[in-house]
Structure formats: structure tokens, C-alpha cells
Design a protein around this ligand. Sequence first.
Ligand code: FEO
Length: 401
Amino acid sequence: MSNKELAKGIHWVGAIDWDVRDFHGYSTLAGTTYNAFLIIDEKITLVDTVKRSHYADLMFQIKQLIDPEKIDYLIVNHVELDHAGSLAEVMDAVKPEKLICSPMGQKAILDHFHREDWPFEVVKSGDTISLGQRTLYFLETRMLHWPDSMFTFAMEDGILFASDAFGQHLATSERFDDQVPLSTIMDQAAKYYANILYLYSPLIRKLLTKVGELNLDIKMIAPDHGVIFRKHIGEILTAYDEWSKNKFDEKALIIYDTMWHSTEKMAVAIARGLEQEGVFTELINLKVHHRSDVMTKVLNAGALVLGSPTLNNGLLPRMAGFLMYMRGLKPQNKLAASFGSYGWSGECVKLLNQSIEEMRLDLVDEGLRFKYVPTDEDLDECVALGRRIGAAVKERAQQEG
Ligand code: FEO
């Protein structure tokens, strides 16, 4: 069996994007893959397509196996353009008998491609389609992470084509989870969860329960990005269960930006206070950490301590941008506080606290601001703030057991 074959007659025909470094604001330093799968049965079926830039790669992979015109069914599990970007070209090349998608998928395809003449076959949760030897079972996964998203399950082979769920932005010539170090896969899976799926954690919990109730005999999970899980299915399901719980961990992040190092000095002093309380603490300077890497750390942090000086009555732009990004991802069950230096108007702490309240994080202190350069006494106050936050973290961790 080739390295691209998931099971007899089911082949990976996707594309590897070695170069992509920005995925709508998410830094993809390890590149990514756009996975698509060809099922060769009495009805030959293509599951998903690829980003438009990689259409030639998709066609190359298919042509290694069959004439693309022999494809009967085309399944679109998700319409976002990293998967459906080449749909119009593929439809022209393949002219399938059926274009299979969810009800919301049909709407999204029409809104993107405006082709009422395509041969839509709309499937809902629980519907099945026979390919001859195989049966495909469909499960709508609305808002995971778009309204159109769905899973396709190849019942006899036990392969779950999971669209974006369980994905990792990881370019590799290996296709399976037992061919790449597990830590590499899980680091990228955590980053993917934190930056794409975090806000849908309550829906993920429901989906995991639903999949459990369906008793699907899952032997493989094939996401549309990264490697396919065949050995570590338990690990990725357990990780999704953990990440979606929003559980409180005894860990603090001090996330800050600084203009002339005064806010940085405050950050270091607050970290000392947290450490004195025995709370694991990371100092995160937004100048050197990309927002999407910070979000991966936020995923399992119990406290966020936010620092920015005042600039032109506002926050430094990197902090303002980070807050906008984080707010959309809806972190929950975290303590928070703020700090910053200022010269005259001094709105930094007020604005940071407003943002904390808008995100519905638990503000544990009114915060600290100091004029221009903090004195030794000011820094002692920062240490004391760190200790107060640390004590609150310990208390919450104890309450949550
Ligand atoms: Fe990988 Fe939602 O697209």
C-alpha cells in the first residue's frame, strides 16, 4: 500500500503548502496541507478539494490514480476557500453526477460561486449514500467552524473525514501521525484549536458527546490539514476534550508591550510576585511573540496579566490588535489584571480593564499604572500585585480541584 493510501481504495490526493506563513492572521510557520481524498468504488468519489493555488497539485495526484472525468461524486465538507477555492475548476474538469454538501453548504457554495446549475445533492445529519462497496454517513457540524461544515464517515473503513476539526497547520511529506513526532503534531493541533476553534468550545463538547453516542467505529481521523490520525486517535480526542473544557490551570501569562522599558520593568516585577506565590509564570513580550502563538499559551493559562503604556490616549497598537484578536476567540474561566506606564493622560489601565470586562474575564485587581519610569517603591507595588494575583490563582485552582 502506498504512503498515500488510507485503506484499500482510499487515497490522499491533496496538496502540501510548504510556503504559507500567514493564514488570515494566524502565523503558519510550519506551512500546511490541504487534504483531499479519492475513494475508488463503483461510484468514484472525491472528498474535498484544495486551495485554488494548488489545483494543479490536486489534479496531478488524481491523475496518478484515475482519469478525473471518471469521478462520479464530489463531496464538499466545508466551503472555506482553503478547501473549496478550486471548486469551480474541479467542477469543470470532473463534471460530477452529484455535488454533495450540507444544506448550509449549498447556500455557502451558491454565495461563493453563484452556480445554480451545479448538480447539488444536499445531505443532512444521519443521511447515507452508497458508493457500491462502501457507505458514506454524513454528520453536520454547524459552526465547527462555519455553518456549512460537516463530517463524512466511511462506515466500512472506519475513516472519519473531519474537515477542519483535528487539523494542524503542518507541511510534511508524511501523511500519518505515526510518521511524525507526536509532540510536533500535538503542538500544531493545540495552536490550531486555540486560533480557529477555541470560541466554539461549547459546541465541540456537544459534538464529542454526539460522536460518542453514535458509536462510530472510528479507525482513522482524516482532517483537511496536517497528518491523518491512525495511531493516536485517543490522544487527539482526549486533547480536544481537555481544551474544550476551559479548565483552570495554575499558570499565569504576563502579556505586554513596552515603549521605553517602563512597562517591561513592571512586568518583570509582577512576575517576581507571581513566582513568590509559586505560580508558573511566562513573560510574553508582544514584540517578539506572534499573536497566534500567544493564543496557544492562553489556551491553558489560568491568569492573564495585561500590560501596555499609554500612547496617544490609547494602547500600543500591538496590544490593541492582540486584544481584538483574543476577544474574538472568547477565552473563558480566567483571572485577569492590568498594568502600564504613562506620561500624562494615562488611560492604559482603564482601557485594559475595559477590555478584560468585555471579554468577561474575572478582573482580580484594579491594576497599577506609574508615571514615566517606576521607582523602586513602585516596583515593590508591582511585586505585591503579582502576589495578589498569584494568591487568587491558587485559590481558584483549589476551588476547581
Ligand atoms: Fe481549513 Fe475553515 O478552512
